[in-house]
Design a protein around this ligand. Structure first.
Ligand SMILES: C[S@@+](CC[C@H](N)C(=O)[O-])C[C@H]1O[C@@H](n2cnc3c(N)ncnc32)[C@H](O)[C@@H]1O
Length: 409
């Protein structure tokens, strides 16, 4: 499917309506490093390149729109069960916030595409279940452990073992996914075994019986496993030139590995929580096309600064604050088409999706679960039948309503 967003676009805004405006199956690779539900709020230090950037990572029901839960309950029952398995309303709020976005990411990924979800042990166990529901358990590929080795400084005063890793959940859209095998650089001890050099300056060894010359540049090395110990975090490497001061900035080397493994040149890489643009800079250097989204305007400034710093002033970057319009919905029927009503009546067994009461078809109304004004489409996956009472009160449901639904067993 053709993309409806130009490459090298950076959006400032909430990624949910923006992704809702993107065509299905139009992106090759998604990396996301969302808030982790760490119960902390982050701000960049004054005076750093990223000063002014901040984001919150505490979750309440105010972060949840009742329509998101409607969609999950009506169309994704397995996902709904996972959300209800969380212990607190704060955790449930976070999971609903993530689930509704991961559904859009799944939709916009190409059939050969991959998604890497960066998180930590606070929520990784719940997020894996969410990902199993959205992507299918068989599309789970690896849990990547990124070793942070923070075992120094004041953190060593903390009682108990020190957390030394982040978790990256790697899923693909399907079985037929793109993957370029990448290899670890050879260790110096191994290189030393290639003692001889030929007339072209190539190192080789011929010290093994009955074996022809083995050239160093023809040996592949060892493929990377899912435990990554060779990429330093900024906690270890706080003076790195790469550092912008953006809270939670990730190293370029981490994104370099993911992008090389799961995309080719000219493919489209999306980071919907792009922060100070690490993914976009790494993608740009590797000749990939990229799309970034961040709710903070500071992110867009940093993208322009970092990419122009890399590629020169005239690098074309498209900053946007509007919501894109999908161009792939051409032939679906209008929401109120009779065939939609017939199908939904069958799916819901004649019951209203609000109160659960049974009605004759003429007493049920077709409703956009996610309103058109916030990017909801006429697609059957966004439609449900409600009785006229439930349809009328839908817009006026307060927090108590959400609380009662989240606490239903
Ligand atoms: C953990 S940081 C990402 C850091 C990034 N990987 C980097 O290397 O700089 C999370 C980012 O998500 C952004 N964010 C939070 N909620 C968002 C939303 N609903 N839509 C878009 N961006 C959001 C925050 O502003 C923050 O920049």
């Amino acid at each position: 499917m053709n993309a409806n967003v130009n490459p090298k676009t950076i959006f400032t805004g909430d990624n949910l309506p923006i992704m809702r405006g993107m065509n299905s199956e139009s992106v090759d690779l998604i990396y996301l490093d969302p808030p982790f539900n760490s119960n902390a709020n982050y701000a960049a230090p004054i005076g750093s390149e990223a000063a002014g950037a901040e984001f919150k990572d505490t979750w309440t029901l105010n972060d949840v729109d009742a329509a998101w839960l409607d969609l999950i309950e009506a169309k994704h029952p397995a996902l709904n069960r996972v959300i209800h398995a969380a212990m607190t309303n704060s955790d449930k709020s976070y999971l609903i916030y993530m689930a509704i976005r991961l559904l859009e990411m799944h939709r916009i990924l190409k059939p050969t595409g991959s998604l890497y979800l960066h998180c930590d042990p606070t929520m990784s166990h719940y997020l894996k279940l969410i990902m199993d529901s959205v992507f299918g358990k068989s599309n789970f590929r690896r849990e990547i452990i990124w070793n942070l080795e923070t075992a120094s400084g004041f953190k060593s005063q903390v009682k108990g073992f020190i957390r030394g890793h982040d978790t990256i959940l790697y899923y693909t859209k399907g079985r037929d996914f793109l993957f370029n095998k990448i290899f670890q650089p050879h260790k110096p001890e191994y290189i030393k075994r290639f003692r001889k050099t030929d007339k072209d300056g190539r190192r080789y060894r011929d010290d093994r019986p009955n074996k022809r010359r083995q050239y160093l540049d023809e040996t592949q090395g060892v493929a990377f496993t899912d435990v990554w110990t060779d990429i330093m975090s900024f906690q270890q490497h706080s003076t790195s030139k790469e550092r912008t001061g953006y809270p939670t900035q990730k190293p370029l080397a981490l994104l370099d590995r993911i992008i090389k493994a799961s995309s080719n040149e000219a493919d489209i890489v999306l980071d919907p929580f792009c922060g100070c643009a690490t993914t976009l800079v790494a993608a740009d250097r590797l000749q990939r096309d990229w799309i970034g989204i961040d709710i903070s305007a500071k992110a867009a400034e940093l993208v322009v600064e970092r990419i122009r710093g890399d590629q020169g002033m005239f690098e074309d970057i498209v900053p946007r604050v509007d919501i894109p319009k999908r161009t792939d919905l051409g032939n679906i029927p209008r929401y109120n088409a009779p065939e939609n009503k017939t199908q939904l009546y069958g799916e819901q067994a004649g019951n209203c999706n609000g109160c659960g009461e049974h009605f004759q078809t003429q007493h049920l109304e077709i409703d956009h679960i996610i309103a058109e004004s916030v990017g909801g489409t006429d697609h059957i996956e966004n439609l449900q039948l409600l009785c006229s009472h439930c349809n009328r009160i839908k817009g006026n449901r307060g927090q108590e309503y959400l609380i009662s639904r989240l606490n239903e067993r």
